[in-house]
Design a protein around this ligand. Structure first.
Ligand code: C2E
Ligand code: MG
Ligand code: MG
Length: 571
């Protein structure tokens, strides 16, 4: 790092200090690479700066001086449009003075007593390089709305604080405004700007009281890098209260994610963590604060590991397809009518991993398509095998992810599977999660239309889990509704939940859609559903998802019932 600074041409550096000894030391050190100008107090400095502005590359400025001190010089330079880009490095022995100087626009500090010469030379060199680069890109240092640093400068300063003050325990805080775009849309941009300004004001007020810097890094996201606080709940309340006072008749919600200082962890990573934490409480108005903890760190490590292991897992066939039966409960005894294929990962070191862990992870980056395709292929092969063995064809549903739907070869891929295995289109049903529909992407609807046209049946998975409204159902290209588990969970205890289930069943009947109730675990739930007219049920009451050999036993029994070889008690 020391070697990385190459100064090609001699440049002027102004050294401002009332102590002759300090001027001499710095002059000696920097004289190797730069031409040096000297000033003994602020007034002399200002005069020189004005006269030689074009030749100056940097100013090293003592803060405590007679006649005019360093703060006044800083203020004067930063207030001057022509001069404000001149990098000023503050010389100080007083830690608490550093922050104030930084807030006033200093780019860096050199601590007294002075460090070894190479360090000083390197630092000054870096700053000059940076400031030249920065004039080139002519990026603004401050965001005009919030009067906080802009993103690039902020991270540059964070990195410097981290690098030069590794002992200082600084936490990363991310403050987000919930649904800011709606606030803008509903109340106008000007109001939105005022909201951002108000948050900026309160952050600056906070930073007067504590060591730290802040930025508005995105439209409605603020990053604060500051001394460890003891009570983040109170801090969040402080920002929220300020907003409430400002906008007393509009409700605006803030949320906060915090990642605490950890030895050696750089600010960029710390802010990634804080953002992860904040993302976890998105929309949670009851509990808008999340502190990044060991558990979340472990989860991130695990995610990373799973991403790395995916390819080997496919090659080594660590994935297995399980089958969970769906029963027709309007028949007596209830009869096996179909199944759902669900993926399982048997990891050689981590053991069984639930799809709840890896499916969302692989959905995030599109890798899920590889797994899905594996499941479809395996399922098609299995249906054909059972058909050969038992001359029955039990339809099996497979799950489709959003990424699959946007794959232009999807329709072709699925039809080939059907043909290659000698199946009919009714043998494989396709489950598409409800939330995919609510994006209402035209492409999704088009693909689903073409899949139905060639004969596939589409099941809407997780219906009611959060997004859809009942009235959009009528225009959706689907054949079956899979009612989300949460509806069934409480029907034995809650009259309202039961009424809701009945309502869904009524509407589905009206729209001529079949309904599968998911997550049925008890006899009580089963009989309420049966009495309400629900046909199909999937859940632990009948069976957990099973490996193919286990599931085959259910199939064999079903065939025996069909032939009248078994009575229903044996089911
Ligand atoms: P899903 O498609 O809604 O599948 C139903 C989930 O509910 C399964 O969880 C099943 O084991 C579980 N379940 C079934 N009956 C009961 C019950 O009575 N009580 C409770 N508590 N749970 C029950 P699983 O297998 O862990 O899968 C979770 C989710 O992962 C699935 O939800 C699906 O969204 C996704 N998934 C699983 N396999 C695949 C796959 O091959 N491809 C894709 N894209 N997603 C998959
Ligand atoms: Mg499903
Ligand atoms: Mg489901």
């Amino acid at each position: 790092m020391l070697q990385s600074v190459q100064i090609q041409r001699p440049e002027y550096v102004l050294v401002v200090d009332d102590q002759e000894l300090n001027r001499d030391i710095l002059g000696m050190i920097l004289g190797e690479k730069y031409r040096i100008l000297y000033a003994e107090n602020g007034q002399e400095a200002i005069t020189l700066i004005r006269a030689r502005a074009n030749e100056l590359s940097a100013v090293l400025l003592d803060l405590m001086m007679p006649v005019m001190d360093g703060y006044e010089v800083l203020a004067a330079v930063k207030a001057d449009e022509e001069l404000k880009h001149l990098p000023i490095i503050v010389l100080t022995a007083d830690k608490s003075a550093e922050l104030k100087a930084l807030q006033m626009g200093a780019v860096d500090f050199i601590a007294k007593p002075f460090d070894i010469p190479e360090v000083i030379l390197t630092r000054v060199g870096r700053i000059i390089e940076l400031s030249e680069g920065r004039q080139l890109i002519s990026a603004a240092e401050y965001d005009r709305l919030s009067m906080l640093y802009t993103r690039n400068f902020f991270f540059e300063y964070c990195n410097r604080l981290h690098l030069y003050h590794p002992e200082q325990k600084l936490d990363a805080i991310v403050l987000d405004i919930e649904m800011f775009h709606s606030i803008n849309a509903l109340n106008g941009r000007e109001f939105g700007d005022d909201v951002l300004r108000t948050v900026g004001d309160e952050i600056r007020a906070f930073l007067q009281e504590t060591f730290g810097i802040a930025s508005r890094v995105e439209a409605d996201r603020f990053d604060i890098y500051c001394e460890q606080q003891t009570d983040y709940r109170t801090l969040l309340r402080r920002f929220q209260d300020r907003l409430n006072r400002y906008a007393s008749n509009v409700s605006i919600h803030l949320r906060m994610g915090v990642a605490q200082w950890q030895e050696g962890t750089d600010p960029v990573l710390l802010f990634d963590r804080a953002r992860t934490a904040s993302g976890m409480v998105r929309g949670d108005f009851q509990n808008p604060l999340m502190i990044y903890d060991e558990e979340m760190r472990k989860r991130e490590l695990l995610n990373q590991r799973l991403l790395n292991d995916l390819r080997a897992a496919i090659e080594e066939r660590q994935f297995e397809v399980y089958y969970q039966p769906k029963y027709d409960i309007q028949r007596e005894p209830p009869r096996l009518s179909s199944a759902e294929a669900l993926i399982r990962w048997q990891h050689p070191e981590l053991g069984k991993i639930s799809p709840g862990v890896f499916v969302p992870l692989f959905e995030g980056n599109g890798l899920i398509s590889i797994l899905d395709s594996y499941v479809w292929t395996e399922t098609a092969r299995q249906i054909a095998e059972w058909h050969r063995k038992y001359q029955v064809k039990l339809p099996v549903s497979v799950n489709l992810s959003r990424a699959d739907v946007f794959d232009p070869t999807l329709v072709e891929h699925l039809s080939r599977l059907i043909q290659d295995n000698g199946l009919d289109y009714q043998d494989i049903k396709l489950e598409v999660t409800e939330s995919a529909y609510t994006d209402n992407a035209k492409q999704l609807l088009d693909v689903i239309h073409s899949l139905r046209k060639i004969g596939f049946q589409i099941e809407m998975d997780d219906f009611g889990a959060g997004y859809s409204s009942l009235n959009m159902l009528s225009s959706m290209p689907i054949d079956v509704l899979k009612m989300d588990m949460k509806f069934v969970r409480n029907i034995e205890k809650s009259e309202i939940d039961l009424r809701l289930v009945k309502l869904i069943l009524d509407i589905a009947k009206y729209l001529k859609l079949n309904v599968v109730a998911e997550g049925v675990e008890t006899e009580g739930q089963l009989s309420l559903l049966r009495d309400s007219g629900c046909n199909l049920v999937q859940g632990y009451f009948f069976s957990q998802p099973l490996p193919a050999e286990e599931f085959e036993k259910l199939l064999v029994r079903e065939i025996e019932i069909e032939k009248g070889l078994l009575n229903h008690d044996a089911v």
